[in-house]
Design a protein around this ligand. Structure first.
Ligand code: CA
Length: 231
């Protein structure tokens, strides 16, 4: 699964350019053009990073940044502000509202991509490296291999993606619908109990030999990795 970038930009020329170039760099890109959509997409698309234009219609980028930081669902997503304003005062105001970095238009793609990687390294090492660990569970995105302790866990592609989704944010509860969107994709119709079936398979593979179950079932809500599990 590639790094997901949400672009919030109302100028089509710029958003097209960003989508084209960032996709070519291997990112998965979603574009929205106003603040309300940005807040919805931040929850639904669950980006690893948000590129947020400062000057947007209706609600400003700064206000959106403030709202992203106020919600537990989106609080931890790093934000790079894109702006035509270069004044130092504005720059400080952007950071004050919780932006992680700041890129002034016009910018070079090379510079922007470097900034994205720098911010991700700083804020979310799990998103940039191929290897994610949780307790004694190690997931390698590149080789699609999972181990628990010294044992290799054999997973199908769906179970791999389920674990990959859960392991990104231990403790966060995902509803069946959210897991369907993230693992199966938004355009595919799958019954929600399919999620239960695949969670069952994931558990079976992961806990083979009677190991402690690191997945928590949250009644009427969904599933999460148990953040108290330490392997
Ligand atoms: Ca704009």
């Amino acid at each position: 699964m590639s790094i997901k970038v949400l672009v919030v930009e109302d100028e089509e020329a710029i958003s097209h350019l960003l989508k084209y170039n960032l996709t070519a760099e291997g990112f998965e890109v979603s574009v929205v053009d106003d603040g309300d959509e940005a807040l919805m997409a931040a929850e639904d698309f669950q980006p690893d990073i948000i590129l947020l234009d400062w000057m947007l219609p209706n609600v400003s980028g700064i206000e959106i940044c403030r709202q992203l930081r106020a919600r537990s669902e989106t609080r931890d997503i790093p934000v790079i502000m894109l702006t035509a304003r270069a004044e130092e005062e504005d720059r400080l105001r952007g950071f004050d509202k919780g932006a992680d970095d700041y890129v002034t238009k016009p910018f070079s793609m090379k510079e922007l991509v470097a900034r994205i990687h720098a911010v991700l390294r700083r804020t979310n090492p799990a998103a940039t490296g191929n290897v994610v660990t949780f307790g004694d569970i190690v997931l390698d995105r590149e080789t699609m291999r999972v181990t628990r302790g010294s044992v290799t866990v054999t997973l199908g592609p769906t179970e791999f993606r389920l674990l990959e989704t859960l392991i990104k944010r231990p403790g966060r509860v995902y509803s069946r619908e959210q897991l369907l969107d993230r693992v199966w994709g938004q355009d595919i119709y799958v019954e929600s109990r399919t999620v239960d079936v695949h969670i069952g398979r994931l558990r079976k593979a992961l806990n083979k030999g009677g190991l402690v179950d690191p997945i928590r079932t949250v009644r009427a809500s969904g599933y999460a990795l148990d953040e108290t599990y330490s392997g």
